[in-house]
Design a protein around this ligand. Structure first.
Ligand SMILES: C[S@@+](CC[C@H](N)C(=O)[O-])C[C@H]1O[C@@H](n2cnc3c(N)ncnc32)[C@H](O)[C@@H]1O
Length: 288
């Protein structure tokens, strides 16, 4: 292999994750706030260390350059589907293919699969990774319902993202903020999981020290001033959210649930009634 040429090929890609492929070949992330990202990746890795991937079929939703898909494969997964919706991030999607080649990986790649369309594949998976995605969604309830449809009874679903600290039981929508369009409280996330027929989750919080909350630091003040001077409401809104709605990275691990969910007094939407005997049987009776 011509190492210099391969590194030049790597450098032409806008990477999200940091890969070390050996032989001096590595990727340079295009992320801002890299220390914050490294902290999140270390936290997620520690949580994934508790998941048994051996011999499992794995669905990685929003895989970007495939970092966690390759991780699952390395940890012994039998088959991995790295899925993404290329229209939802700032890369051209070449990174995952290069990484697959350099790692000699067998991960299957589908970059045209939105979380909203997952059941179109007609597959169920043993482990589903939904890492770093939910807070970018406009409709997290619908997304979780689609994930539920990809579960068999023993599936393990691992969900990672930020959880708002001072939101009570609520959630915050901020569609102009492309760093975090939707921020739930832990209570809202639990409610959503229950309403989409998942079990009570095991929850882990990232407890590593962060720059939040307390007084806003000089970096934030500078960035806020820059956003104000640029006149961008979106940039100002993002900075404000950061200061007023501090969040903690959190991982939820849950399994599919089948049975009564008292949150639903009436038949739930999006096909979820299939998991609740009260509504499943009534729907079948009406159809007969
Ligand atoms: C912050 S990155 C997370 C990447 C990786 N999962 C991780 O945890 O490091 C968000 C990913 O979610 C994907 N994404 C956003 N909206 C999506 C959607 N509706 N369906 C599928 N993927 C989506 C983006 O394309 C991107 O790959």
């Amino acid at each position: 292999m011509d190492i210099a040429a391969k590194q030049a090929e790597l450098d032409a890609v806008t990477w999200y994750h940091e890969f070390d492929f050996g032989n001096g070949l590595r990727t340079h992330t295009h992320c801002h706030h890299i220390e914050q990202h490294r902290r999140v990746w270390a936290f997620v890795k520690a949580q994934l260390d508790r998941v048994d991937f051996r011999g499992k079929s794995v669905l990685d939703i929003g895989s970007w350059d495939g970092y966690w898909s390759f991780h699952a494969e390395k940890r012994g997964a039998r088959a991995v589907l790295a899925s993404d919706d290329l229209g939802q991030n700032w890369s051209a999607g070449r990174g995952i293919h290069l990484a697959k080649e350099l790692l000699g990986s067998s991960v299957e790649i589908d970059q045209n699969l939105s979380v909203y369309d997952l059941p179109s594949r007609g597959q169920k998976f043993d482990v589903i990774l939904f890492l770093g995605v939910y807070y970018h969604l406009h409709d997290p309830f619908y997304a979780l319902a689609q994930i539920r449809h990809c579960c068999h009874k023993d599936t393990v679903v691992v969900i990672d993202g930020p959880i708002g600290q001072y939101l009570g039981a609520g959630a915050h929508y901020d569609f102009p903020n492309h760093g975090c369009e939707w921020l739930p409280s832990e209570s809202a996330m639990r409610q959503l999981l229950e309403a989409t027929y998942f079990t009570e989750p095991a929850v882990a919080h990232d407890t590593s020290p962060t720059d939040q909350p307390g007084r806003v630091g000089w970096r934030w003040r500078l960035q806020m001033a820059r956003a104000a001077l640029s006149g961008s409401r979106a940039a100002m809104s993002a900075k404000l959210t950061e200061a007023l709605l501090p969040s903690r990275r959190t991982v939820f691990v849950c399994r599919p649930h089948e049975g009564e969910v008292t949150l639903h007094h009436y038949r739930p939407p999006f096909g979820l009634h299939a998991y609740d005997p009260r509504f499943r049987d009534a729907t079948a009776r009406r159809a007969a």
